[in-house]
Structure formats: C-alpha cells, structure tokens
Design a protein around this ligand. Structure first.
Ligand code: PHE
Length: 363
C-alpha cells in the first residue's frame, strides 16, 4: 500500500515522479471504494488530521531546503486539492449507485402536471375566418390599434362632426387639443382604417382580409365588451359588383357555419360604402326555427358590408384607385360574436376574464 516517501533530492524530475506516484495511488484506492465503510476508511487514510496522507505531505514542505520550498509548496497544494476532490467524488459515486439500485424513482410521489396550452377560442375563430378568405386568394393585412382620426374616420368619409361618428362610441387619447383634428389619436373603433392604409401601400387589384382588435366605449354586458375583435375584408379590381360581394359572403358563411346556412342582405348605412348592407345568417342555434339567441326571428345579424364609396377611393386616387376605373367591396364582422355562436356560449365576458376553468375546455 502506498506510503508517503521522504524526498531525497529536490530536482523538478524527482518532485514530478513523487507526485505522479501519489496520484496513481490515489486513483487506484478511490476506485476500490464501494460502500460507506470503504469510503470512511479511504477518507481517513488520506485526510485524517493526524497521520493522514495530506498531513504527511506537509512534512515534504517542512523538510525542503529554502530554495526548493516554492516548487515543493506548489506540488503539495495541488496534491491536497486532488485528494479532497477524490474523496468527495468517491462519496458521490456510492450515493448515486445506491439511488440507481432502487431505481432512483419513487412511483408513489405525485407526478408533475403539465398544463396544456391552447389557442384562445376568439383567436381560433379569427384564424378560421382568415383561412376561409385565404382559400379564396385573399392576403392578410394588419394595422395599428392606436389610430389617427384621419384613418379611423375622415379617410372613410366621416367628415368632422358628422353624426355618423356617433355610431361608434370612441375612446380618444387625452391631451391632444393642440394637434390638428386629423392627427389626433384614438383607439380604433373598427378595422376599416386598414382598408385605406392598405390602399396607400398597394396598387389595385387587392384582395385583403384584415383581423384585429378594436375598442369602443361600451359598457360590458353579456354581448358587449369595450375591446373586441373584427375581421375586415376588402376587394378592389375592375368590374367588381354587388353580386361578387353577395357570392363571396354567402360562400364564407357556409364555410364557417355549414352548407345549410342561408344568408340575407338588408339595406343599411355606412359612410364608407354605398350601397351598404347588413348580412344576416339563418340562426345556427335553432336552425332558423326561432330561439332566444335569434330573438325568435330565425335570423342573426353578423356583419356589415357594401360597395366601397367613391369618396374613399378619392383619398387614394394617386395610387391607382380612380373611382371611374376601379370598384370594390368591403365587409366587417365581429369575430367574438361568431365565436359565441360557434361554441354556444352566452356571455362574451367569459372570453376576457382569463378564467382557466373556462379556457381549458378549449384545450
Ligand atoms: N366597420 C364597420 C363597423 O365596424 C363594418 C363594415 C366594414 C361595414 C366594412 C362596411 C364595410 O361597424
């Protein structure tokens, strides 16, 4: 068994040789440790304060003549560190071997539950609507939620102070009295401003579907939320007619709710479309027989639409939208309402309360 020799000469070669012998012995003895009692013996032999190998190594230093002390000291320190490390890792080795023997696994412990994430039902509905239009060749466009008065109203043919602005109870950003009205900021009340933003960016023909969040100063109740979602559509080309609008929306509603759904167009008014219409679909809850959701009428109003008003084209005439040459249609639908219908939910507030018990039903 290894014992610490007395050093005869202090040349670098002899010091290295002594250190190598010690290291080899350390490695060999530590590899033989296989249980707690082995380990204690091993530890004491190498590290006991009285007579342990580490302690004996200090004698090397004591015995070394002045000029050799530096060289000897460096080697002694290195060897001591190795000894400590070897003792520690021998212990780790036997503890993990013991854990391995019992499988290291207590199957009576409760498992770690990983909650499943899922698309929010409104976002899922928005994506579904978007893909119906993508399949018809539409591209997706988006715009800012904080919008200027110009894009939200003026460019869409709502003149300043026109009563049509009252249809959309608007949340304005405070403290902008010194800016010209057209630059003042507000939370967009609809996705229609992205129609104009897109026509400024893209020359005709365009076919766009525009999803996004919108805000209105409505008191929250079962069917209103001050923040909700719309999906807008815009198609501009030569010779686009109201027939194209009807066919497109009828197809889209059938794709969303099933082929037996019927659509009805009822005259309406929006400043940025002329003529304008509301689209109703036969009630998918009761199959048009009459129920609470459709207020016994058999029909549910789902979107607004119309032919793009020539005054809207005037604002982007320079980018190729000469109202004498192009025509188009636009529509906008409330995605939250469609989600309510699709999932048979009776309170829009449930979508925005963040209650995991509600949301995890969609996972
Ligand atoms: N922006 C309108 C609204 O929010 C809906 C609409 C869009 C109507 C496009 C016509 C054309 O009420």
């Amino acid at each position: 068994m290894y014992s610490v020799p007395k050093l005869g000469d202090y040349s670098a070669a002899s010091l290295d040789q002594a250190a190598n012998e010690l290291r080899a012995a350390l490695e060999q003895e530590s590899s033989l440790v296989s249980n707690d009692s082995d380990w204690k013996t091993f530890r004491d032999r190498w590290m006991a304060r009285k007579g342990g190998i580490t302690t004996q190594l200090s004698d090397w230093l004591k015995a070394a003549p002045g000029p050799a002390k530096r060289e000897v000291g460096m080697r002694v320190n290195d060897l001591k560190a190795r000894i400590e490390q070897a003792v520690e890792s021998a212990q780790q080795r036997i503890t993990s071997a013991r854990a391995g023997a019992t499988g290291g696994l207590d199957i009576s412990l409760p498992g770690i539950r990983r909650p499943l994430g899922a698309e929010h039902p409104v976002i899922r509905t928005v994506n579904e609507i978007v893909s119906v239009f993508k399949a018809m060749g539409y591209s997706v466009a988006e715009g800012p939620e904080i919008e200027t008065d110009y894009y939200n109203f003026e460019s869409l043919n709502f003149p300043p102070n026109h009563p049509a602005r009252d249809m959309q109870d608007t949340i304005f950003i405070a403290g902008q009295e010194s800016s010209p009205q057209r630059d003042r900021l507000l939370l967009r009340t609809h996705t229609s401003p992205v129609q104009v933003r897109s026509m400024e960016r893209l020359k005709p023909p365009v076919r766009l579907v525009i999803p996004g969040k919108v805000h209105r100063n409505d008191a929250p109740d079962a069917s209103h939320s001050p923040m909700f979602h719309q999906v807008e559509g815009l198609a501009v080309d030569t010779n686009i007619t109201f027939r194209d609008l009807k066919g497109t929306l009828d197809h889209a509603m059938k794709a969303l709710f099933g082929s037996s759904v019927q659509t009805r167009f009822r005259p309406s008014f929006f400043p940025f479309t002329e003529p304008s219409a509301e689209v109703l679909v036969s009630c998918i809850i009761c199959g048009a027989k009459g129920c609470r959701t459709c207020k016994q009428s058999g029909w549910i109003e789902l979107l607004g639409c119309g032919m793009v008003d020539p005054n809207v084209f005037e604002g982007v005439r320079d980018n190729g939208y000469d109202p004498g040459k192009v025509s188009g249609f636009a529509f906008g639908m409330g995605a939250d309402r469609i989600a309510l219908m699709k999932y048979g939910i009776d309170d829009i507030q449930l979508f925005f309360q963040g209650d995991v018990r509600f949301l995890e039903q969609f996972a």
